[in-house]
Design a protein around this ligand. Structure first.
Ligand code: GDP
Length: 298
């Protein structure tokens, strides 16, 4: 059975509690438990190593606090380092000085991009913006239709190639959507791009072409938290192929462990900005590193 980090630390700490300060042996025992718990939570090994080195360094040099016992001190350090590795503060969308702000979504097929486009649009509306969705995924059958359904639910218009105009060129659609947004006074444009089931050079090229055509203010990499370690490889491939400014973790309703969050942030250096927690449009929130740290620790 999966044991949480807190469970593990509590059992180590029961032997520490009576002592005045942390010995090296105590710190090593604690580090071992953290290592196992993080690996079980699907955190990538290099990330685990860096994390433990950081916690060890701080725990060794820690001033002996009058207010906290050694166990509490370690928990505090682990919690603070988890928050730091998850990005510290919540990173907000950077809106363009001149509208429209262009947000491009990239990620593998099935990651949850189209669903996320609707959630983001709905949320932006609730924040007082007038977003428009753009169907630049012209690869997957029904992708345009799926975005139209999502747009209708979110109460947000969808810019798509005219019916009957053939497959259409996603780069052209993305470019034209910006003019349309200006005309119709939409201040945010959310571009849904095509994904493939696996990393694919053609998919990367297309996303890069769209990026070059519209110069997004924010490129968001959408990744399924359920894929665990694989998230790191996919994130790295998208970083190299397209580049991105922030990460959206989806399907967090199914991943109680959060290993993907820790790894993706650490490996790419890009902040996690939003979390998707279900299939409904309202299952969405701004990502809070401290809450995620709590979830990993508890
Ligand atoms: P895309 O191919 O990246 O556009 O992915 P979709 O938006 O079509 O999503 C793929 C599937 O995942 C759909 O069945 C969605 O309903 C589902 N999905 C998307 N986000 C979430 C989420 O946060 N939680 C859960 N449980 N399912 C999700």
């Amino acid at each position: 059975m999966f044991e949480t980090l807190s469970d593990r630390l509590t059992s180590v700490f029961s032997s520490l509690r009576s002592k005045g300060r942390l010995s090296e042996a105590d710190i090593n025992a604690t580090a071992r438990e953290i290592r196992v718990a993080l690996l079980e939570a699907d955190v990538a090994l290099p990330v685990v190593k860096d994390f433990i080195a950081q916690v060890k360094e701080r725990a060794t040099g820690a001033e002996v606090s009058q207010a906290l016992n050694p166990a509490q001190q370690v928990v505090k350090i682990v919690n603070e380092e988890l928050i730091a590795i998850l990005g510290g503060e919540t990173r907000r969308i950077r809106f363009a000085k001149t509208a429209p702000t262009v947000i491009m979504l990239a990620g593998l097929q099935g990651a949850g991009k189209t669903t996320l486009a609707g959630k983001l649009a709905r949320w932006l509306r609730s924040e007082g913006h007038a977003p428009m969705l753009v169907a630049a995924d012209l690869q997957r059958p029904n992708a345009v239709q799926q975005l139209e359904v999502v747009g209708e639910r979110a109460g947000v218009p969808v810019f798509a190639p005219e019916p009957g105009s053939g497959v259409g060129d996603p780069v052209d659609v993305a470019r034209r959507s910006i003019d349309q947004a200006r005309r119709a006074q939409h201040d945010v444009v959310i571009i849904d791009t095509a994904g493939r089931l696996g990393i694919d050079a053609e998919m990367m090229r297309q996303a890069a072409d769209i990026r070059d055509a519209v110069s997004p203010d924010e490129t968001l990499f959408v990744v399924d938290a359920m894929v665990g370690q694989d998230a790191v490889n996919t994130a790295q491939a998208f970083m190299d192929g397209v580049g991105f400014d922030g990460v959206v973790l989806t399907k967090l309703d199914g991943d109680a462990r959060g290993g993907a969050a820790l790894s993706v942030r650490h490996v790419t250096g890009r902040p996690i900005m939003f979390a998707s927690t279900g299939e409904k449009l309202e299952d969405f929130s701004v990502f809070h590193p401290d809450r995620m740290a709590g979830r990993i620790l508890d």
